[in-house]
Design a protein around this ligand. Structure first.
Ligand code: SF4
Length: 322
């Protein structure tokens, strides 16, 4: 658990320059890192609390109070997004929070990023039915690949996930996207791709997105998929598209340096960031972003991991291999 108490905001973070959602204000409803899965590619590092327990993991009133501090001033955002350090449907008040955002700040669309593991529960389907957009993962159709890739809490099965997502599609009138995270050597066999394609056809999502490693994951041996492998998925799932580029519309404005450090800490708690991420989301120039990031590294408040796409600044307390 990180020292969240020292930060101004504990549950609301960003805005984050999301490749899919544009400028997205994050809402994190779980203590790091609490999830039903422990995916080998997770940007938030390894799961330290794997659970199926639904409860108010963080105080609902405090989340609403933080949302009010940001949304009452009407910032330009593309989405208010439940995501962060774990699986948001584990929070038992997520339905109430979605309804509260719609009632108090009706101009904002609400997105939920979920791993889709709990939709077999009717109460979860009911909680999410008023979201504007739900993006659910479906990376594995066989138990063997699900166990290797997503490392689920015992008793979670891909068949049950599929049943839940199909039942959710029946009642959900918002946009349902399915995301498939592609990991070479794990979910790339023809038989698995075929089974995933059949499952996606049953779910009938509005969009299918293919994703692959873009930032440091939980396990250092996980590699991004090459174009040829992504094409094999696209050949079988005609509607599948790669996760697109950033298309954010604005920012909350330039913070002072102290605020910037706190905002960067809040961002890296959930996922590694690049200099460009800080420039885009915080409204600062590249020199200032680099100066603050390097200063935080020097002080031991950030780690740095080099990847093909550049340097990623990470939370030094997050559990990762390698
Ligand atoms: S990628 Fe999502 S579902 Fe997988 S461990 Fe991370 S937070 Fe959980």
């Amino acid at each position: 658990m990180h020292n969240r108490e020292a930060k101004d905001f504990q549950y609301v973070f960003g805005p984050v320059a999301s490749r899919r959602l544009g400028l997205s204000l994050g809402v994190d409803l779980l203590p790091a890192k609490t999830c039903t899965l422990d995916c080998i590619y997770c940007e938030s590092g390894r799961t330290t609390r794997r659970t199926l327990v639904r409860k108010a993991w963080v105080p609902t009133d405090a989340v609403i109070a933080e949302l009010a501090r940001v949304l009452d001033s009407g910032p330009l955002l593309d989405s208010v997004t439940f995501s962060g350090s774990g699986e948001p449907t584990l929070h038992s008040d997520i339905g109430y929070l979605i309804d509260t955002i719609h009632r108090r700040w009706p101009g904002y669309g609400v997105t939920v990023l979920t791993n889709g593991t709990l939709f077999w529960q009717e109460e979860v389907r009911e909680d999410l039915r008023h979201a504007d957009r739900v993006i659910a993962n479906y990376d594995a159709a066989s138990q063997e690949v699900f166990d290797a890739l997503n490392r689920p809490y015992p008793g979670l099965f891909p068949d049950r996930m599929l049943e839940g997502l199909v039942a959710f599609r029946e009642i959900f009138t918002g946009e349902l996207w399915v995301e498939i995270f592609v990991v070479p050597g794990v979910n790339d066999k023809d038989r698995e791709i075929e089974a995933i394609a059949e499952a996606v056809a049953k779910i009938r999502p509005d969009r299918v997105q293919l994703n692959t490693l873009d930032r440091p994951g939980a396990e250092s041996w996980v590699q991004p998929a090459m174009d040829a492998l992504m094409q094999r998925f696209r050949d079988r799932i005609a509607a599948a598209e790669a996760v697109g580029g950033v298309r954010g519309r604005g920012s909350l404005g330039p913070p002072d340096d102290g605020t910037l450090e706190k905002k960067i800490e809040a961002l890296v708690l959930r996922r590694p960031v690049t200099v460009e991420d800080v420039v885009r989301t915080q409204g600062v120039d590249r020199d200032q972003a680099e100066r603050v990031l390097k200063g935080m590294c020097f002080a031991g408040r950030l780690g740095v991991q080099r990847m093909d796409r550049g340097d990623f600044y990470t939370c030094p307390e997050t559990s990762r291999s390698g």
